[in-house]
Design a protein around this ligand. Structure first.
Ligand code: DP6
Length: 336
């Protein structure tokens, strides 16, 4: 099944309608997975091998503005105010995504994306990018799509975007259907105002291996990958239980162990994939050291060298003593 088939299932015949307005705009937060999405059962539709669970990062994310172009034979893509050449991977992914929705062949858009997070530094910029693009298209075309269907549409751009349609904790059900109509995000009804994330930037350089490529290589070559779905199944149950009873140590421990297990599958791939920089490992040791002394501090890491620390509001001051440069985000104290 192709992406365009899914879009046709969702819209039936409504895709040739011209938008009723000239512009569309939307923001979507980025999200950090506490139980990771790693590996696909369908690479075309970004259907995951397993379910996953994330926390959205408030105002950290992407705003996408779409404007109709009447006099250009191609799309114009900008990122943080700078035009991106159409042969660059970032622009290619966006124009290929727009191809799914063009009412006429010669119909083009200007897509202006502004990020409040570094691009490709393992802070899930594609998650907020594609979620905000799907929302902005919904605004431009006046589709009135449900969040569930927008989550499916966002997934066609990037898997982790499935979870970026909501604030707070979000679960992405893997689903079993070949067309992926049962693979979408769902917000959990858990508010945890004391829950904090600390972004620890180790490097904002663009990564050499994309998460897309890394995931595929892991599935193809890691002898540990066979155990990954079992690990996820157990971790998801415990994470949801820890959220229900607000058991922070349980949540932090499982999230950290889940991230390390994901990286272990990468390290055991061939050629190996290692997103750790020396500073990443140094920071991990620091977390373990201070946790050994009683501070409830945990980390998670995605496809990049930066760490996201997890701690409760009462400990902000103590964590800052050890990590003075981290940026603190309170996902449940919305800043707008
Ligand atoms: C490590 O969503 O970037 O952040 O679906 O190929 O676009 P594609 O991959 P992507 O992978 C994210 C991987 C991760 C874990 C996660 O967010 O769950």
């Amino acid at each position: 099944m192709k992406k365009s088939d899914v879009v046709h299932v969702l819209f039936r015949s409504g895709l040739d309608k011209m938008p009723p307005r000239e512009t569309g705009e939307a923001f979507a937060p980025t999200n950090i997975a506490l139980c990771k999405y790693w590996g696909k059962r369908d690479a075309e539709l970004n259907l995951p091998m397993t379910s996953s669970l994330s926390i959205s990062l408030d105002q950290k994310g992407a705003t996408t503005k779409l404007s109709l172009l009447h006099d250009k034979p191609h799309d114009v893509i900008t990122l943080n105010g700078k035009e991106v050449a159409l042969d660059k991977p970032f622009a290619k992914r966006i124009t290929a995504y727009l191809d799914l929705f063009r009412p006429q062949k010669n119909w083009h858009l200007q897509v202006d994306t502004t990020l409040t997070i570094p691009v490709s530094a393992g802070l899930a910029s594609s998650a907020s990018g594609f979620a905000s693009l799907a929302l902005a298209l919904n605004d431009l075309f006046d589709w009135n799509c449900s969040k569930r269907n927008l989550s499916i549409l966002a997934r066609l751009g990037s898997g982790s975007a499935t979870r970026s349609l909501w604030h707070g904790f979000v679960e992405w059900n893997a689903g079993v259907q070949p067309d992926g109509m049962d693979s979408y995000g769902e917000p959990l009804t858990v508010e945890w105002p004391e829950f904090c994330i600390g972004i620890l930037m180790v490097s904002d350089r663009e990564k050499k291996v994309s998460s897309r490529e890394a995931m595929q290589r892991t599935m193809d070559s890691s002898m540990l990958y066979g155990n990954w779905p079992k690990k996820v199944a157990t971790d998801l149950v415990i994470l949801k239980q820890s959220l229900k009873v607000r058991n922070f140590s349980l949540l932090g421990g499982v999230a950290e162990s889940n991230a390390l297990a994901m990286h272990a599958t990468m390290l055991s791939s061939w050629p190996p994939i290692c997103y750790f920089l020396p500073e990443t490992v140094q920071a991990m040791h620091k977390v373990w050291e201070v946790r050994g002394k009683g501070l409830e501090l945990y980390f998670t890491q995605d496809a990049g060298p930066n760490l996201k620390l997890m701690f409760l509001e009462k400990d902000i001051g103590k964590v800052k003593v050890h990590f003075p440069l981290m940026e603190v985000i309170k996902p449940f104290v919305l800043s707008s």
